[in-house]
Write a protein that binds this ligand. Structure first.
Ligand code: NDP
Length: 329
C-alpha cells in the first residue's frame, strides 16, 4: 500500500516509517508545514517526495495517510484524506475539540475508508494476555483496576506538550486517552463517570503535568489511573483485581514491546508467556485486515472518539472539583 506521512514528526521518524516498511508498505511522500523540514525528513528516511502542502499529493497514487502533525491539525488532514478516498491512520488524541473528533470518524464512515486511531498499547502482548484472562473468567468477578502511567517526558518531545493546550498539550490529552483505550480493550467497556485532580509540578507551563483520577464503569468496576510527565524514575504498572485472581503487569505501557504479566490466585503467582512483537507493526497489519474486510483488533475512529471523551471528562472533573459523567456524544 502506498502511504503519505502528514507531519514530519518525531514518532513518524522514530517508529512509523520502519513499521510501515516492515509490513511491506511504501512510504511515498512526507508533508510538512515547512519545506526544509520536509526535505530533511525525506532525506533522512529515503522518502521520494518532500512536500509542503497536502494538495501536492494529488497524482502520487496515495492509498493511505498517516497523520501525526500536532493534534489541532488532525481534523483538516483526516477530512481531506477521506474526501480523497484514502484510508487513515491518525494519531491520538484524535483532536483537541471533541466535536472535531466526531466529524473525523463520521467523514471516514461516509467516505467508506478505514480509519484507525493509533492506540498502539492494546497491541502490547501483555495487554492481549490480560484481555484473554479476563474473557476466560480467570479473575472471577472483577472489582478494580489500577493503572500507573506516569513517565518522564523525553527532552526531544518537551515542546507543545508542556506549553500549548490548543495543540493538545497537557498530560491528560496526551496520556489519559491511551489509558482509556487500554482499559476498554481489556475490560470491554468505557467508564461512565470520572473524578479527577490534576496539578502542575513545575515541568509544564500553565498546563497539568500530573493527573490522578478514578473511573467508574457500568459493570461496577472502579479504576484508578495516574498519568504524569514528571517522574523520571517511575515504572509503569497495570493491575486488575477480581474475587478469583489478580493480574499484575509492569512495563506494558510503552512504545517498545515487552513487559511482564503475572496471575495471582489460590495456586500462587504464575508469570504468563507473552508473544512480544512490534506494536506499531501490529497496528498496520490489523489495518490491512480491516481494509480487506477482515476482523481486526485496532482502535477505529470511534474508539478514538471515546478515549477523547474520557480525557475531556478528566479535565472537566479536575476543573470543577466534581465527579462528571463522561459525554460520549
Ligand atoms: P512532534 O512535535 O515531533 O511533531 C509534531 C509536529 O511538530 C510535526 O508534524 C511538525 O510539523 C512539527 N515539528 C516537528 N519538529 C519540529 C521542529 N524541530 N521545529 C518546528 N516544528 C517541528 O510530535 P510527536 O511526534 O511527539 O507527536 C505527533 C503526534 O503523534 C501527536 O498527535 C502525538 O500525540 C502522537 N504521538 C503518538 C504516540 C503513539 O505511540 N501513538 C507517541 C508519540 C506521539 P510539520 O508537520 O509541519 O513539519
Amino acid at each position: 500500500m502506498k502511504w503519505a506521512l502528514i507531519g514530519a514528526s518525531n514518532i513518524a521518524g522514530q517508529w512509523m516509517v520502519d513499521a510501515l516498511r516492515a509490513c511491506g508498505d511504501e512510504v511515498v511522500a512526507v508533508v510538512s508545514g515547512d519545506a526544509q523540514r520536509a526535505r530533511t525528513f525525506a532525506n533522512a528516511h529515503g522518502i521520494p517526495h518532500a512536500l509542503d502542502q497536502e494538495a501536492a499529493l494529488t497524482g502520487l497514487g496515495i492509498e493511505a495517510v498517516y497523520i501525526s502533525n500536532t493534534n489541532e491539525k488532525h481534523e483538516a488532514s483526516v477530512l481531506r484524506a477521506a474526501a480523497n478516498g484514502q484510508h487513515v491512520l491518525c494519531e491520538k488524541p484524535l483532536a483537541v475539540d471533541f466535536q472535531a473528533a466526531i466529524r473525523m470518524a463520521s467523514a471516514c464512515d461516509t467516505a467508506g475508508v478505514v480509519m484507525v486511531t493509533n492506540h498502539h498499547l492494546r497491541h502490547n502482548a501483555g495487554h492481549r494476555a490480560m484481555r484473554e484472562q479476563v474473557a476466560a473468567g480467570a479473575l472471577g468477578r472483577l472489582s478494580s483496576a489500577r493503572l500507573s502511567h506516569s513517565v518522564y517526558l523525553p527532552k526531544p518531545i518537551q515542546g507543545w506538550r508542556l506549553t500549548d493546550r490548543a495543540a493538545g498539550g497537557g498530560v491528560v490529552l496526551d496520556i489519559a486517552v491511551h489509558n482509556a483505550d487500554s482499559l476498554a480493550f481489556i475490560l470491554g467497556e468505557y467508564p461512565t463517570h470520572v473524578c479527577a485532580m490534576t496539578s502542575n509540578t513545575g515541568m509544564a507551563n500553565g498546563l497539568e503535568d500530573n493527573a490522578m483520577s478514578i473511573w467508574q464503569y457500568a459493570s461496577g468496576i472502579t479504576a484508578f489511573t495516574h498519568q504524569g510527565f514528571n517522574t523520571p524514575f517511575a515504572e509503569t504498572h497495570l493491575q486488575l483485581h477480581g474475587d478469583a485472581g489478580s493480574l499484575h503487569a509492569t512495563g506494558v505501557l510503552s512504545q517498545a514491546p515487552g513487559g511482564v504479566v503475572a496471575l495471582s490466585n489460590t495456586s500462587g503467582r504464575t508469570e504468563l508467556p507473552l508473544d512480544n512483537d512490534n506494536l506499531y507493526q501490529r497496528v498496520i497489519r490489523n489495518m490491512h485486515a480491516a481494509i480487506a474486510g477482515q476482523p481486526h483488533a485496532n482502535a477505529d475512529g470511534w474508539a478514538g472518539v471515546r478515549s477523547l471523551a474520557v480525557a475531556h471528562a478528566v479535565l472537566q472533573s479536575a476543573a470543577s472539583g466534581r465527579t462528571v459523567e463522561v459525554a460520549y456524544g
